[in-house]
Write a protein that binds this ligand. Structure first.
Ligand code: AHR
Length: 554
């Protein structure tokens, strides 16, 4: 039986007519329908500041992600900045991309950063971790890593966007000294070390000041097949004497797969065997959760359990959301385990891989491994997931959607000179104003939806979301998961008064809608002003929609 561990071991061989937008239609709708839902924002119940890093991304050297997706080369006719795809950089600036993880994923534990620096034409070509899963037609650089994009190019990409780099160190196949030297290469002051000189020779005299470092990736699987105890020993060793150059290094420990509570518990037990002080080594505990099993309980088999990205029935829509909805329980569950060892909650959760994972077949660029076509379903899934993170700001310090471009839950698809923003990319646009806001407890009351799950009645919540406040701007994001039913919601602010409001929404009458290179506008945000009547706001949320309400307070 194949599960994700086996798959990765094998190196992948194996809104709305948002009706109430003007005073007149508000009045007519209000007179003809009674609200079935209520959203109450509680201004005196702040939950914590939403870390901008919750809106983070993940870039692995995997198939078309890096080569074609991000890197087109300086001499390419495709618009680029120093070889990096310009349209991508521009949109990532727009969504205020906060942090980007690189170079993997499983790739990270086979990567030697030292081969990705120095003159590009002198860098070695190496067999990519994912090589054996590449199709015959794949370009050579998907199978054999040319090392054209190394630390310099990646950090430059981040700086052009205004994002923080988050580098994942190789624990499976490089010694701890290589990790220390990677930190030295990135962060030692200009002129201070031989590696700082090497960085300067590449055009970067000033330190990169990389703050976020992963110590391995999925160390329970492709990252070394460690037991949690073995990994804890490695973690101590790899994190002992890392040069800091005056800045804190935030180390992220390789964490559990989904609900493997025992990984979190046994890692911490072993780590703290040398004393409670060891906790100070850990900034975050990684958590990975992919929603992949759409079999409705029929199998746990990694291949057989998957569904198609584009061809699906409403029941598959709901099944994906159910799998994604598990995230809230995972965040709370691993948080409870952390508390057993860290009552002060110094260590936060870093959900550095999340998203749906479908079977192959829907790639915009045929043959791109793990590429899938994001639809409106994935937009709703992503909005729901970001709302979960927003509602748990004290627990989740960072999250990275897997993966940025030409891969799983991509914000973008690109091939040669073609580029398109997916519905997921548009969700990140809608949610950008949550970054750095104060999360406010918000109560959603709405009738549950009902559907048939293989002959048994099943239910799912009717309307959910999150709210945050920055100065006098309140953002409420909501997801209506029903494929058929609109929701009419009265919105009450407990502790503030609305001055004016608008809404931006993503939806489509076809739940399979998606943006392609040829039809780029099937799912794009639309913005409308909302009518506020005596301080009250009533909004209709279209079926299958993601909505951001932007409310100015008096
Ligand atoms: O995102 C694809 C792969 O999924 C990553 O390389 C790995 O960390 C995870 O299992």
């Amino acid at each position: 039986m194949m599960n994700r561990r086996v798959f990765l071991q094998q190196g992948a061989t194996g809104a709305a007519s948002l009706l109430l937008t003007t005073k007149s239609n508000w009045a007519s709708a209000a007179s003809s329908r009674v609200a079935d839902s209520h959203i109450e924002v509680l201004f005196d119940e702040p939950l914590g500041t939403i870390s901008p890093n919750i809106y983070g991304h993940f870039v692995e050297n995997l198939s078309g992600v890096l080569y074609d997706g991000i890197w087109v080369g300086e001499k390419s006719p495709v618009g680029n900045i120093d070889g990096l795809r310009k349209s991508l950089i521009e949109h990532m600036r727009k969504i205020k991309a906060s942090v980007i993880r690189f170079p993997g994923g499983c790739f990270a534990d086979s990567y030697d950063w030292r081969e990705g620096i120095g003159p590009a034409d002198k860098r070695p070509r190496r067999t990519n971790f994912w090589a054996m899963g590449e199709s015959e037609k794949a370009p050579a650089n998907h199978r054999y890593d040319p090392n054209a994009v190394g630390t310099n190019e990646f950090v430059h990409f981040c700086k052009l966007i205004g994002a923080e780099p988050y580098l994942a160190a190789n624990v499976r196949s490089l010694p701890a000294s290589a990790f220390q030297q990677w930190v030295e290469y990135c962060n030692s002051p200009a002129g201070s070390t031989t590696l700082a000189d090497a960085r300067a020779a590449a055009g970067y005299p000033e330190p990169f000041r990389v703050k976020y470092w992963g110590v391995g990736n999925e160390s329970w699987g492709c990252g070394g097949e460690f037991t949690p105890q073995e990994y804890a020993v490695e973690f101590r060793r790899y994190s002992t004497w890392l040069p800091t150059y005056g800045d804190n290094l935030n180390l992220i420990a390789s964490g559990p797969n989904t609900d493997e509570w025992s990984w979190t518990r046994e890692f911490l037990e072993e780590l703290l065997r040398k004393g409670q002080g060891e906790l100070h080594r850990v900034y975050g505990m990684a958590l990975h959760h992919y929603a992949w099993n759409l079999s409705r309980g029929k199998t746990q088999e990694w291949v057989a359990g998957k569904g198609d990205a584009v061809k699906f029935e409403p029941v598959d829509w709901y099944e994906l959301l159910r799998e994604g909805e598990r995230m809230e329980g995972l965040v709370n569950g691993h948080w409870q385990v952390l508390r057993e060892f860290d009552p002060q909650h110094r260590v936060k959760l870093v959900v550095d891989e999340w998203g749906p994972w479908y079977r192959p077949g829907s790639e915009a660029t045929p043959g791109n491994q793990l590429e899938q076509m994001p639809t409106l379903r994935d937009a709703v899934f992503s909005g729901m997931t970001l709302d979960i993170f927003n509602r748990n700001p004290e627990k989740v310090a960072m999250a990275n959607c897997a993966q940025l471009i030409n891969c799983l839950n991509s914000l973008y698809l690109a091939h040669q000179d073609r580029f398109v923003i997916t519905p997921v990319g548009h969700v990140f646009e809608l949610y950008a104003s949550h970054q750095g806001g104060q999360s406010l407890r918000t109560v959603f009351s709405s009738p549950s939806l009902h559907y048939d799950r293989d002959g048994s009645p099943a239910t799912f919540w009717g309307l959910r979301g999150s709210a945050s406040l920055r100065d006098k701007n309140l953002t409420i994001t909501t997801v209506n998961p029903s494929t058929t039913e609109p929701r009419l919601a009265e919105i009450a602010l407990r502790g503030a008064t609305i001055k004016e409001a608008s809404m931006t929404f993503l939806s489509n009458a076809d739940i399979h809608a998606h943006n392609t290179f040829d039809h780029r506008d099937a799912v794009i945000p639309q913005t409308k002003p909302l009518s506020v009547s005596q301080g009250a706001l009533v909004v209709e949320f279209q079926p299958a929609s993601v909505v951001a309400l932007n409310i100015q307070l008096t």
